[in-house]
Write a protein that binds this ligand. Structure first.
Ligand SMILES: Cc1cc2nc3c(=O)[nH]c(=O)nc-3n(C[C@H](O)[C@H](O)[C@H](O)COP(=O)(O)OP(=O)(O)OC[C@H]3O[C@@H](n4cnc5c(N)ncnc54)[C@H](O)[C@@H]3O)c2cc1C
Length: 466
């Protein structure tokens, strides 16, 4: 049994979840407060700490040759830095009134209570896994953790057939389609939406769809998977939808994630509409002085629409952890919110978005104009010039930038960062037209595609205002 709160001489921080948010918080708190002032105990139920799930598609696809390259800091390294990280140990209950957590060692089965002065909940997200017939058949894989990635790689090395079906066409689905193409598979992507990449408007998703078909990927949109079919050996053999069957030697699930807040909800901590934990700007759980939460298990404020959203991204999780660690360690930091920036790619096609899509803007009650332009990623005469499409939304009357989506080849995606900065600064599209962006023929036309879109948006907003 762990020592009770009263018998301890120094403050104790307990962290639940040993990846991006949890270990960033623990590490930052340790930087600010030494082991004599703060004891830090972290619980992680998996086999790995502080790893990049973001790198899994590139490891599976073979660009990253070694799993360990995805691990930023091992449990031993955390321990050397004065964090008592307990691996393969699952927290099974949060006793908020008693200021303690119950944990179970997953190898020995031993259970114990550990008291805390401060608690960080960083339990991440869990992948959606619909209860379809055959979903647990050998050959069906998720890609949420390094263990999942290893299991998939093992299956790919053992399987002779070369047909893969990816279920879901969000960013993980399209990145996994690329990984499987790189491993020589014939890839079919089965997608519930009308177009891939539902984080884009459908007209921009259509461009991704066409490009993926151009890469030899079979796209099946508007399709609901009804079951996973298995052969006589019990292994997956096809994915069935209402309209057809798609032969598969391996199936990868990329259907999205939900906040992992089962424990937090059971403990009575406040959850929002998306079932993520609700925090204040210092990442403190609302109404709980000594509990913080961050990463994929929380909802974040969308600075453009003013509403709470659940966005599972490592870039946010690391920042949340940093903010939490600063506050827990006696400093002061806040996380103001997000503008919804995300980038991804499928083979040589880059995809980016920030701010609101048309449907988000409608939902927020905003009136706006949307414009789309085609330009190139370098001067038109430059040898590697390739098409790039930029869609921009601007508010009527004010001309405030509301969102940008980009689909194009090399150099397209990271241009979205210009728009992310403009959104954060609350710029109008007219102000954007005067931005002093860099230009030389290898990098952009003399008018950067973002500036071309901003100019078109200015004209559209002015016309509507008359
Ligand atoms: C394939 C893939 C690609 C991605 N690509 C990108 C990308 O390109 N860019 C980007 O920004 N993001 C990307 N992400 C998302 C990013 O990986 C996550 O947003 C990030 O890992 C979230 O960090 P977290 O610490 O909040 O949660 P997690 O990384 O999920 O960590 C939570 C940890 O808590 C542990 N845990 C949960 N409950 C308990 C419990 N009760 N007891 C003990 N331990 C517990 C879990 O085992 C887990 O290790 C990708 C994710 C995947 C799966």
């Amino acid at each position: 049994m762990t020592m009770s709160r009263e018998n301890r001489t120094k403050e104790r921080l307990v962290v639940v979840g040993g990846d991006a948010a949890g270990m960033s918080a623990a590490s930052q708190a340790r930087r600010l407060k030494g082991p004599d002032a703060l004891e830090i105990i972290a619980f992680e139920r998996g086999h790995f700490s502080s790893y990049s799930a973001c790198g899994i598609p590139y490891w599976v696809g073979g660009e990253v040759d070694d799993r360990d390259k995805l691990i930023a800091r091992s449990p031993e390294e955390h321990r050397e830095r004065g964090i008592d990280l307990r691996m393969r140990t699952e927290v099974t209950e949060l006793d908020v009134d008693g200021g303690r957590v119950r944990s179970r060692d997953l190898d020995s089965g031993a259970e114990e209570w550990t008291s805390y002065d401060k608690l960080v909940v960083a339990t991440g997200a869990r992948p959606v896994r619909p209860s379809l017939p055959g979903i647990d058949a050998p050959g069906v894989h998720g890609v949420q953790t390094l263990d999942d990635g290893q299991a998939l790689i093992d299956t790919l090395s053992r399987t002779e057939g070369r047909r893969a079906v990816v279920i879901g066409a969000g960013y993980i689905g399209v990145e996994m389609a690329e990984a499987l193409i790189n491993r020589g598979y014939e890839v079919t992507v089965v997608n519930r939406g009308k177009e891939p990449m539902a984080t884009l408007d459908p007209d921009m998703g259509r461009l991704v769809h066409e490009a993926m078909e151009g890469m030899g990927i079979t796209m099946v949109n508007d399709a609901e998977v009804t079951k996973i079919l298995t052969g006589d050996d019990g292994r997956v053999r096809a994915v069935a939808t209402e309209d057809g069957e798609y032969a598969a030697d391996v199936v990868v699930l990329g259907i999205g994630v939900r906040p992992e807040t089962t424990l937090a909800g059971a403990a009575g901590l406040p959850l929002g509409d998306h079932k993520g934990l609700l925090t204040d700007l210092a990442m403190r759980v609302r109404g709980h002085e000594n509990i913080w939460a961050g990463g994929d298990c929380v909802e974040v404020l969308d600075l453009v629409s003013g509403s709470e959203r659940h966005i599972a991204l490592g870039t946010h999780a690391n920042k949340h952890g940093q903010v939490i660690g600063s506050n827990v360690g006696g400093g002061y930091a806040t996380f103001p919110g997000v503008v919804g920036t995300a980038v991804s790619k499928v083979c040589d096609l880059e995809i980016a978005r920030t701010g609101l899509r048309e449907k988000d803007a409608h939902r927020a009650g905003l009136r706006f104009e949307a414009v789309t332009i085609e330009s190139t990623n370098s001067a038109g005469y430059y040898p590697k010039a390739d098409l790039m499409t930029v869609k921009m939304l601007a508010e009527l009357r004010t001309g405030r930038l509301l969102g940008v989506q980009i689909v194009g080849r090399e150099g397209a995606a990271k241009r979205v960062d210009i728009a992310a900065v403009a959104l954060t600064a609350g710029m109008t599209v007219e102000q954007m037209t005067a931005l002093d962006l860099g230009y030389a023929p290898p990098f952009s036309p003399v008018w950067d595609p973002i500036l071309v879109a901003a100019r078109k948006a200015v004209t559209a907003v002015r016309k509507t205002a008359q």
